[in-house]
Design a protein around this ligand. Structure first.
Ligand SMILES: CC(C)(COP(=O)(O)OP(=O)(O)OC[C@H]1O[C@@H](n2cnc3c(N)ncnc32)[C@H](O)[C@@H]1OP(=O)(O)O)[C@@H](O)C(=O)NCCC(=O)NCCS
Length: 324
């Protein structure tokens, strides 16, 4: 028997305020047409004033618990992937832990920007496989609207706020690819690409939160190549390849990156969960948000082979293969 980290529930939360592309036409030299055709984004959500990343994370966590039919007492620990925490410290995870009424277990944050949820899932899997925990809440939550330069049309139209959560629980499998749960993962980073996507402030440099800066076009080219390669590596580790995948749940940065990666892997777009049109790029929240939407819409079902891949600042990138 092989211990596996199995997905027991998924949930998400989106702030109420929907911002259509047309809203940017009022303040920037941009058009709905440009944003839609270059990125696939039609609208995004922005958190209300005073609504923080931990508020979004908490609501996603509650939704995942409800979907799984579990209560906070059933959870051993909380991992939050975020680059936009409420405070420099303590972690968003400990805030969620407290707001769920948990006085047991542990919580910590993972920061790998848009690849954060892939890193968090891989970490949670390792904690479960080594017996450190039996059941974990893994959350991706962001308020990227707080680090936008609203005068920079090449970035501020692309990002949004939101949160998604999965519950992973230990179950016994046979040790084959037929098992439910996380089957493989692949993590990468390369700090030489730091200037391609970064925030120009921080605690020990400027003492400010800073604003997001991105070289979109070179990053775009890196993204398709690196996402395809990490996805194929994660699949190859367990003797699988593109056609074995039922659903790709990609990081939702740009529809053209999503299409390019699916095409290189030989998968049609009807096997890809796409939410970028409604959410924009919500960084570490984008994958669990898309997973939760895919489940809620009845597309992702137990037993499906799901591949997730993401790339972001660092550069950091990676992929996870799981049977739902
Ligand atoms: C940002 C992105 C949508 C831009 O698309 P692109 O096809 O690469 O476009 P470019 O950056 O080459 O810009 C083309 C032109 O559009 C202009 N432009 C940029 N933003 C614009 C906007 N919101 N509205 C109108 N024009 C815009 C540029 O100034 C440029 O004009 P120029 O040719 O006169 O210099 C795309 O590069 C992208 O998605 N990059 C990767 C993002 C990513 O991977 N993120 C993952 C990690 S989070």
């Amino acid at each position: 028997m092989t211990r596996r980290a199995v997905i027991e529930g998924a949930g998400h939360y989106l702030p109420d305020r929907i911002v259509p592309n047309s809203e940017f036409e009022k303040t920037l030299d941009t058009t709905d047409e440009w944003i839609r055709t270059r990125s696939g984004i039609e609208r995004r959500r922005f958190a209300a004033e005073g609504q923080t990343t931990s508020d979004l994370a908490l609501r996603a966590a509650r939704a995942a618990l409800e979907q799984a039919g579990l209560v906070p007492e059933d959870i051993d620990g909380v991992i939050v992937a975020t680059s936009t925490p409420d405070l420099t410290f303590p972690s968003v995870a400990t805030m969620v832990q407290k707001d769920l009424g948990m006085t047991h277990g542990f919580g910590f944050d993972v920061q790998a920007v848009c690849a954060g949820f892939i890193y968090a899932l891989t970490t949670a899997n390792a904690l479960i496989l080594t017996g450190q925990a039996n059941r974990l809440l893994v959350i991706g939550a962001e308020t990227f609207s707080r680090i936008m330069d609203w005068t920079d049309r090449s970035t501020c139209v692309l990002f949004g706020d939101g949160a998604g959560a999965l519950i992973l629980g230990a179950q016994d499998g046979e040790g084959s690819n037929a098992d439910r749960g996380i089957l493989s993962s692949d993590l990468n980073s390369d700090g030489r690409y730091r200037d391609m996507l970064y925030v120009d402030g921080g605690v020990s440099s400027t003492g400010t939160a800073g604003k997001l800066r991105m070289q979109g076009n070179p990053l775009f080219r890196q993204a398709v190549e690196k996402l395809t390669s990490t996805a194929e590596t994660a699949l190859a580790k367990i003797g699988l390849s593109g056609p074995d995948v039922d659903w790709i749940v990609p990081h939702q940065a740009n529809i053209r990156i999503i299409q390019g990666t699916a095409k290189k892997m030989g998968l049609p777009m009807d096997r890809v969960i796409v939410t970028v049109q409604d959410h924009g790029n919500t960084s570490a929240a984008s994958i669990p948000l898309a997973m939760s939407v895919g489940v809620a819409e009845g597309r992702i079902k137990p037993g499906d082979l799901v591949l997730s891949e993401a790339i972001g600042g660092g550069l950091a990138w990676g992929a996870v293969v799981m049977r739902w």
